[in-house]
Design a protein around this ligand. Structure first.
Ligand SMILES: Nc1nc2c(ncn2[C@@H]2O[C@H](COP(=O)(O)OP(=O)(O)O)[C@@H](O)[C@H]2O)c(=O)[nH]1
Ligand SMILES: [Mg+2]
Length: 198
């Protein structure tokens, strides 16, 4: 059973003018392309339809708004691998992200999806920077944990923790065997129930 039986896609935005009204609360999900963001969202929300929606061609470059329940949203932010992307697109992305983080009063927290085998990338550091600049809490999902042996996974977590310091909390996650789903869902609920900053 999904905690969010009314969950559904609302719209995609390519400019701040297309963002949905800034009322209620929302939690953002960010991750380098292929890190496993769509898979993680599906497991946490427990709704298969989300995957299909985010796989629509072109949507991976847009800010995708989903309704979780009345007055609660999940926002799927665009992600990519920096090396493969043209300057023009990178600038558009950076402007869109800056605008998003600076203007959304309803934003209560960010999930950052990181492939445990890659550690933190330049993309991840940029996202952490955006969140930090507006005093937003971040929770890192070290996903694809199933790809590593236990000891390796524990070591990778220690390294990321050391790298992050107190900038974000972090947990193991796997969309494949659902490791960490309860903790991730509890964190989503915690973010959604966070009172506004002022
Ligand atoms: N083994 C494993 N594969 C995963 C996991 N999460 C995602 N994947 C795979 O990684 C690829 C990218 O996943 P996707 O969710 O589309 O990534 P996105 O681009 O960040 O949205 C797909 O082939 C997924 O099946 C996981 O936890 N474990
Ligand atoms: Mg995706």
């Amino acid at each position: 059973m999904s905690l969010y039986p009314e969950a559904c896609f609302i719209k995609s935005a390519n400019t701040p003018g297309q963002f949905v009204p800034d009322v209620g609360v929302e939690v953002a999900f960010a991750g380098r392309s292929n890190a496993g963001k769509s898979s993680a969202i599906n497991v946490i929300v427990n709704r298969r339809q989300f995957a299909r929606t985010s796989k629509t061609p072109g949507r991976t470059r847009l800010v995708n708004f989903f309704k979780l329940s009345d007055e609660q949203r999940l926002v799927d932010l665009p992600g990519y691998g920096f090396a493969k992307v043209a300057d023009k697109m990178r600038h558009h992305w950076a402007d869109l992200m800056a605008e998003y983080f600076e203007t959304r009063h309803s934003l209560r927290g960010m999930f950052l999806i990181v492939d445990i085998r890659r550690q933190l990338t330049d993309f991840d550091r940029r996202m952490l920077g955006f969140a930090e600049s507006v005093g937003l809490s971040t929770h890192v999902l070290l996903t694809k944990t199933d790809k590593l042996k236990r000891g390796q996974a524990a070591k990778a977590m220690l390294e990321v923790r050391r790298d992050l310091g107190d900038v974000a909390t972090v947990q193991h996650f796997s969309a494949l065997n659902r490791q960490g789903e309860d903790d991730a869902r509890a964190k989503l609920e915690e973010f959604l129930n966070t009172p506004p900053a002022e």
